[in-house]
Every structure is written in C-alpha cells, then in structure tokens.
Ligand binder design. Structure first.
Ligand SMILES: Nc1ncnc2c1ncn2[C@@H]1O[C@H](COP(=O)(O)OP(=O)(O)OP(=O)(O)O)[C@@H](O)[C@H]1O
Length: 372
C-alpha cells in the first residue's frame, strides 16, 4: 500500500496554514430540471488532505467538482476556494484540475502540449519535471491524439500538475488505466499530496479510496452520507468480522447465546455433516465480543478477527445491501441466499460501481473482496 498521512505536514511546510480552508461548500444544492444532483452539501477541505469523493454513477460527484471549480453555479448555498471565489483561485494558479470531459488537442506532440500548459500557468513548473512526475516522459514525442485511453489520462494528469497548485481536483482520473498503470498513477498522485497539495479526487474504485485517501466522502443521490477516514467509515458499518468453529464436543452453544454477545450486529452459522459449525459474527466491538465468547465458556477453534472492506461499508451505509444477514431462528442452518451472486471484481480486482448494490444479498463473503 502506498504510504498515507504525510500530506498535511507537507502542506504546512509548503506555506498553507493548517487551519486554512482550501475549499468550502455551504448548503450547496444543484438541480438539472427535476434531477437534484447535489443536495445540501456542507463540506470543508483542509490543507494537505487527500480526499476521495466516492459514490456510484449519478451520485453527484462530477457536479460537485464542477461547482467547486466554478464551472457551474449552485442554485442554493455557496462554494469558496481559499476563502474567495473559485474563479479567483483558478486565475491565481492555485488549482489544477483533470476533468472527465474534453479531449486533448490533436496534431500536437505531448511535449509541446505540456510545455504550453506550463507556459500559460501563473505558477508553471518545468515541462521535463512535469512529464517525469506524471510518468509520461516516454510519450513526449507522441502525437497527443494518438494515445491509448490510459496514456491520454496520464497526459491529462500532467496538464493538471503543470503548475505549482495548492489544490488538485481529479474526476475519476484512473478510468481506462490497467491495473499496473493505475498503481503507478496512484504513486504519482501521492507524490503530489506529499509535495503539499490538497488532493480531491472522485472515484468509483473502492480500492483507490481505501488505499490512497486519508479522508473519504461518500456521496449518494446528491447527499453526503459519510465523511471520515476509510477506517472510520468501515467502523460505522459495524465493520469487524469474527469467525470461528465450534466442534460437537465443545460445550453447547445455542444461537440465542451467540446472538446476545455484546457488539453483535449479525450472526451467521453454517454447519457440516460432522457437526462442526462455522460461526461468523459481524461486530461493532470485536474486543468485547471476543472477550464475551470466552467468558461464556465457549471453546472457539481458529478464531479470526478481520476488517470488512469499504465495499461492504458502502453498501451498509447507503442501505443498498442487506447489511446484516441474520441466521434463521430456531437454530436451522442458513443456506446461501437465493441468487446470491456476489459483485464481481473488475480486472483490477475492485468491484465496479455498476455492481455495487446489485445484489441486495451481498453478504460477508462479498466483503472478502475488500478485505485488507
Ligand atoms: N448537464 C446535465 N443535465 C441534466 N442532468 C444532469 C447533467 N449532469 C448531470 N446530470 C444528472 O445529475 C445527476 C448527478 O450526475 P453527476 O454526473 O454529478 O454524478 P456522478 O456521481 O459524477 O456520476 P458518474 O460516476 O456517472 O460520473 C445524475 O442523475 C445525472 O444524470
């Protein structure tokens, strides 16, 4: 995993006060006709944060970024950058952006394009340095309109970092990149944060939010429904799982006892022909649950406590998954849920947004995908 947590200190050394507001949304709403894309957004970004704006298609991510950059005006509320208007911040060269829309200029070499961006930026950097930071040095002599999707994204990133910005805004920057390029790109993003920039990026990729961001904002239907570190967001979903086996020879443990363990938010018990039962408990307080398991005189074999992934946390928070599947009363053993296909990972091993919430029965097994 790429290191986290150094950005804030670097930002302070880069000359921004830690208490300065990089960006602020205050009561911001935006509708397109009947569609309310952003609904009462209140949010402050502080220097040095690396913030993921996470949400499925249509959650309002791009609209929020457009509002932040002054490309759209809010219907209600206000947006500020560095205490002033978005326009003033952009004109002062404090903001670099990589948006989803807009192609690259055709019939121009990548090196010419980067040089132009550096030249026109109020705080332009050296083109060679920019190309190296973006990992596109080997593309310098390629025509900008002859690039693959992933290469084009990297060139667009180079244009976003062509100046010494204080804030970098990236809208789904890794779209079209394969897994290895995506990881290199994350490292480049991290380097920007470590150099003191505040980074706000919209993403569908839970893995990206989890491993890069030190703060995750979950948007859902235009509303901010969660704001915290990846660990806090997972914790909010009751995000620890305890797994163990109970053997027939162990002291009897009926499900009602398991269900009343402190911290339990769900219980799943499956059995084998030889009478061994596998118990899976999702707990808000794994320490208390484990202590109570032993206090109750149980003899759990192979006890494991694991984190649930951000995916499960997302499904739970948005209410789009069946958050806490319960085993059936009376001690019968639950069967796999009907039609219980799990969100399938994409090529990059991360469930794609279109798969999120598809299966209302996405259960603990789905969370294995995001387990760290
Ligand atoms: N120009 C527009 N005109 C009408 N509706 C729009 C416009 N732009 C966005 N919307 C609608 O506003 C909502 C939010 O869209 P937005 O693009 O902000 O979401 P998003 O989270 O960025 O989605 P995606 O992940 O698909 O890019 C969606 O319902 C979308 O259809």
């Amino acid at each position: 995993m790429i290191g986290k947590g150094v950005g804030r200190m670097s930002a302070v050394t880069a000359g921004l006060r830690a208490d300065e507001e990089v960006a602020a949304f205050r009561g911001v709403s935006k509708s397109y006709g009947q569609v309310r894309a952003v609904n009462g957004l209140d949010l402050v970004l502080r220097p040095g944060e690396t913030v993921a704006l996470l949400g499925p298609n249509g959650a309002g991510k791009s609209s929020s970024l457009d509002l932040l950059l002054g490309l759209r005006e809010p219907d209600q509320g206000s947006v500020s950058l560095f205490g002033g208007t978005p326009r003033a911040a952009i004109e002062a060269g404090r903001v670099g952006a990589m948006l989803q829309s807009g192609g690259l200029m055709g019939d121009v070499l990548v090196r010419e394009l980067v040089k132009l961006a550096c030249d026109v930026h109020p705080r332009g950097r050296r083109p060679a340095e920019v190309m190296e930071s973006a990992g596109i040095t080997e593309l310098a002599d390629r025509k900008a309109d002859r690039l693959s999707g992933g290469q084009e994204q990297r060139v667009r990133f180079a244009l976003a970092i062509a100046g010494a910005n204080d804030l970098l805004v990236l809208d789904e920057p890794t779209t079209g990149m394969d897994v290895s390029v995506r990881r290199q790109f994350w490292a480049a993003m991290r380097a920007q944060a470590d150099a003191g920039r505040t980074v706000l990026f919209a993403t569908h990729y839970l893995e990206e939010a989890d491993s890069i961001a030190d703060r995750v904002l979950v948007l859902h239907r235009g509303r901010l429904i969660a704001d915290g570190t990846p660990a806090e967001i997972k914790a909010r979903a009751g995000a620890r799982r305890i797994t163990f086996e109970l053997h027939p020879a162990d002291p009897a443990a009926d499900e009602s006892l398991l269900r009343t363990l402190p911290g339990t938010v769900s219980l799943d018990v499956t059995g084998r022909i030889d009478g061994v039962r596998t118990v899976r408990i999702r707990s808000r307080d794994a320490d208390a649950s484990v202590a109570a398991i032993y206090r109750a005189g149980l003899f759990p074999r192979g006890l494991e406590v694991t984190s649930l992934g951000l995916e499960q946390a997302f499904l739970t928070i948005t209410g789009e998954g069946a958050p806490f599947p319960q085993s059936s009363a009376g001690g019968t053993l639950p069967q796999p849920s009907a039609g219980g296909t799990l969100p399938q990972p994409s090529a990059g091993g991360t469930p794609r947004p279109e798969d999120w919430g598809k299966d209302a029965a996405a259960d603990d097994s789905a969370a294995e995908e995001g387990k760290r």
